[in-house]
Structure formats: C-alpha cells, structure tokens
Design a protein. Structure first.
Lengths: 109, 109
DNA sequence: ATTATTCATTGCAATAATACGATAGATAAT
DNA sequence: ATTATCTATCGTATTATTGCAATGAATAAT
C-alpha cells in the first residue's frame, strides 16, 4: 500500500527511522556537511554549492527543517539556515545508541 | 523526476545517504535491534516479531542484505540473518564522522 | 512606484518505496 | 512419493520522493 505502518512500531523506532530518512539523500548530506564546515549558511550559498535547481534545494531544506535538524532564520531578504544543536545532539545520541551496541557474535550457532 | 542525481555528489555522500536510507524504516530498525540484542536470527523469528506479512519482512531483509548490513546464511530450510560486522563498523565510522564534527557556533552572524 | 533580489510554494511528471496475496523452490519429515 | 515447512519472488495497488519550471511573496534598491 506504499504507506509505512508507523503505529505498530515504537516511538523510538519511528524517530530513528525519520531521522535516518532525513539523511537519506546525498543533497541533504551535502547541505549538512556544508553547514557543519562553513560559516556561511544563507540559502543562496547552498543553491550555488549544490548542482540542483533552487526549488529543489528549498525543498530539501524544508525537509531538514521539518525534522528539526535545521532552523531557518529569516534575515530579509535572505534566510539563514543553521544546524539545530539540540536536535543534532539528539540524533547523535540516538544513532550512537544503536551503533555502540555490541554485536552478538553468537549468531547462527 | 523522482530519480536522485547521484552522479553529481561525492561517493562518500552517496554512501552515507544509501546507508541512511537502509535505516529509514522502523521495520528495518526493529530488525537490526533484534539482531543486535537477541541471538536468534532466523528469518521466521523476525516474521513473528514484526507485525508485517512474511513477504514484506523478506523484502526488508533483502534491502538490508543488499546494502551489506546483513548477511543471509542459508541453513535449510531456514535462513539465518546476521549483522555484517565489517559493514556495520563502516556505517558506525561514517556516521560518527559527521556527528563528531563540531558544529560551528558562528552561524548567522 | 518600479525594479531587482531572495526564497517559498504550487503544480506537474517520473521514479522509488511500501505492503501483501499468491505462488514457486528447496529441503525435511512422513 | 507426498506432505509440511520455510523463504524468496512476482504481480499489483497505493503512496512517497525527487526534480524543476513557473509563480508568488516579501523586502531592498533605485
């Protein structure tokens, strides 16, 4: 049916999946990397850096803003996008929780 | 056009995005958590744990196998799915690289 | 007031992802 | 041989995602 059955999973599982989905596009990775490394965070700069149309970049920014990873501060006529420290740390923690789990080596015995 | 322009991004950006996409569904998170925590890794066990049809679970397992996160060892008539340590460590490292980057606080100045 | 700049939104087309019933294949058990 | 068990795949329906041109909204500059 093309629609994820979110209600049958835990809140945590859905949150991780949603955060992962936000990272599941190279353009959004590029945006995040740029905001992490450079000080410039104006939308127009990102449009220049990315080989995508302005409308497409705007859409990716919207998604990252929606999940909370980015904040968009209007500074007319520009908009400055920044990484939201709180959500970023949450994502770091939630991914760390999974990746730091020791993998059971007793598999397939 | 519904198709990601992978060729215009770096290999690393595409790899992170692909790994993130593999994690971008609560069912696949549940599968990974189960394989991390429990020793049982037979496909049938996962079908019982997940509130999804067998065909759907099989499809999610296929995706995780395709990206390399899981290995599927045939042990007739069962199939044992295990976390692939190598790829798992790669994913851990690649996500860590991003999340351990210090966020520039000089944003929007 | 008019024009230019910056960014968001809308509308559309194309492709990808999600879900499941039905079926097939392979082995074990009888 | 027949039946049962386990898993993969196919076909199909539905929804989501990606991408961009065109347009709109809001402010700055002239």
């Amino acid at each position: 049916m093309g629609v994820t059955k979110t209600q049958v999973f835990t809140e945590q599982q859905n949150r991780i999946a949603d955060l992962a989905k936000a990272l599941a596009h190279p353009a959004r990775i590029a945006i995040i990397q740029h905001l992490l490394r450079e000080k410039s965070c104006v939308c127009g700069d990102l449009v220049e850096v990315l080989p995508l149309a302005q409308a497409t970049v705007s859409q990716h920014l919207k998604e990252l803003k929606q999940i909370g990873i980015l904040t968009g501060e209007i500074n007319p006529p520009r908009v400055c996008y920044c990484i939201n420290e709180t959500v970023w740390q949450e994502a770091k923690a939630i991914f760390g929780e999974i990746f730091n789990t020791e993998v059971s080596l007793k598999c397939c015995e």
